[in-house]
Write a protein that binds this ligand. Structure first.
Ligand code: AMP
Length: 434
């Protein structure tokens, strides 16, 4: 992977907030220090304190903001502070997520942050053996991370009770609803402890999410770090106008450029993701496809190969790619523009993480012009100018142009510092993907 030097400068420093000043237990602060997490990210700085005080939370934040730690650390703090153990067939905390990949990532982070604390985490996901999940639930679980479908099945079949679960997180609530999980989410929430603490995170706030939040949260603290619809800074965004038939060749050419160290290609459908990956292979660019029709094992294998750098190009459909946290993605290519303009923002957010720069290119066929206009309307960007590649610009002072994002959050979102791990690490690598 190509490394970009990170030059810390005073103006890029976040806040003077420290982990300890947020009120986190000393053992968690030590673990964070050991992991190289120097300062809390903005969402963490603002969301952790209220949760530690027992408040419900409504968080508007995307993957990459550090939102996972923003809800896991208060859970770990609460679990560490209470002497109790999980009773058989119960869970002390529940994190509901839309996709299996996201669940796996959250569990990995929970185990890392738990450090030496004796915390039992468990995944409950469709597409994996029920038997192992049922046995683990039988022994009692501290943090249960689940997709709603399988968990509802197991609860209804009596393999786990949720009446002792007093901590609930809904992560990527907008996507949970998009995927039709509203009935299961409501049913599961209704089975939890009467006096639970709930945190709901969502990248966008459509009406349905607001309604869900109103039903589940009690006088929540609202924390917002990236205004929905605003694309992330530091990403060089452009659109290329290409006929549909010419996209295959253009994509292979784009991905063959030496500066493409790790790229995600988005397609609109699962079927197309397979086709594009296959074509790329034939065109001399080995690529793996990941989408909802693949088995969990196959998805995880491709993702691991991509994360470890054995595979340079991943072709993905939106639902699966959403929430995937892979460091060092230099390029995002949208082979097709998405049906929903919000997806454009989520797609490009896979690059430009943790202070790195990123490049996002969208291939737009003549018949996709309407979709491009919807994206321009949502983001306030304009893709115009000379040549076949049109770079994004944000018009200033014109009617309808976006107001600049609040000075703090969008800028800071990707810039929280991360100290490199290991003795050989040098200071100017701060902020790089570890
Ligand atoms: P998330 O938005 O939760 O998916 O987090 C994105 C990435 O940032 C993950 O790889 C985290 O391990 C990392 N991360 C989260 N919080 C911090 C922090 N305060 N300092 C450094 N890295 C962090």
């Amino acid at each position: 992977m190509r490394r970009r030097p990170f030059r810390p400068s005073k103006d890029k420093r976040l806040t003077d907030t420290t982990w300890a000043s947020l009120g986190l237990a000393a053992s968690l602060c030590t673990t964070l220090e050991r992991l190289g997490f120097v300062t809390p990210s903005p969402i963490q700085a603002r969301a952790i304190g209220p949760q530690l005080e027992g408040r419900d939370l409504l968080g508007l934040a995307q993957t990459g903001s550090g939102k996972t730690a923003a809800f896991l650390l208060p859970i770990l703090d609460a679990l560490a502070a209470s002497a109790g153990r999980a009773e058989p067939m119960t869970a002390r905390a529940l994190v509901l997520v839309p996709t299996r990949e996201l669940a796996v990532q959250i569990e990995e982070q929970a185990r890392r942050f738990a450090g030496k604390l004796r915390i039992k985490t468990q995944l409950v996901l469709g597409g994996m053996s029920r038997g192992a999940q049922i046995r683990a639930l039988g022994r009692g679980v501290d943090i249960l991370i689940a997709t709603p479908g399988r968990l509802t099945d197991l609860v209804r079949a009596g393999h786990v009770r949720l009446d002792a679960t007093a901590l609930l997180v809904l992560d990527e609530a907008d996507r949970l609803l998009d995927m039709g999980f509203a009935p299961q989410v409501k049913e599961l929430a209704g089975r939890l402890h009467r006096r639970r603490r709930t945190a709901l995170f969502s990248a966008t706030m459509p009406r349905e999410v607001t309604a869900l939040a109103e039903g589940l949260l009690n006088d929540p603290v609202r924390v917002e770090v990236a205004p929905p619809g605003r694309t992330v800074e530091r990403i060089d965004q452009s659109v290329e106008f290409v006929a549909r038939d010419a996209k295959r060749a253009r994509l292979a050419a784009l991905l063959s450029a030496p500066e493409v160290s790790r790229a995600i290609v988005f397609t609109r459908t699962k079927h197309r993701a397979d086709r594009v990956a296959e074509h790329l292979g034939k065109d001399g660019v080995p690529a793996g496809a990941i989408h909802g029709n693949k088995s969990q094992g196959a998805r995880q294998r491709v993702l691991d190969a991509f994360r470890q750098g054995q595979l340079r190009v991943l072709v993905a459909s939106d639902i699966v790619a959403r929430g995937i946290d892979v460091e060092g993605i230099s390029h995002v290519v949208q082979f097709e523009l998405p049906d929903e303009p919000e997806a454009y923002v989520h797609r490009i957010g896979r690059t430009g993480r943790n202070g790195a720069a990123g490049t996002a290119v969208a291939l737009c066929a003549p018949e996709e012009q309407d979709k491009l206009r919807a994206i321009e309307k949502l983001t306030g960007l304009r893709f115009g100018g000379e040549g076949s590649r049109h770079h994004a610009s944000a018009p200033k002072g014109r009617g309808g142009a976006p107001k600049p994002a609040p000075p703090t959050d969008t800028k800071q979102q990707a810039k929280f510092q991360r100290k490199p791990q290991g003795a050989a690490a040098v200071d100017d690598r701060q902020g790089e993907a570890a």
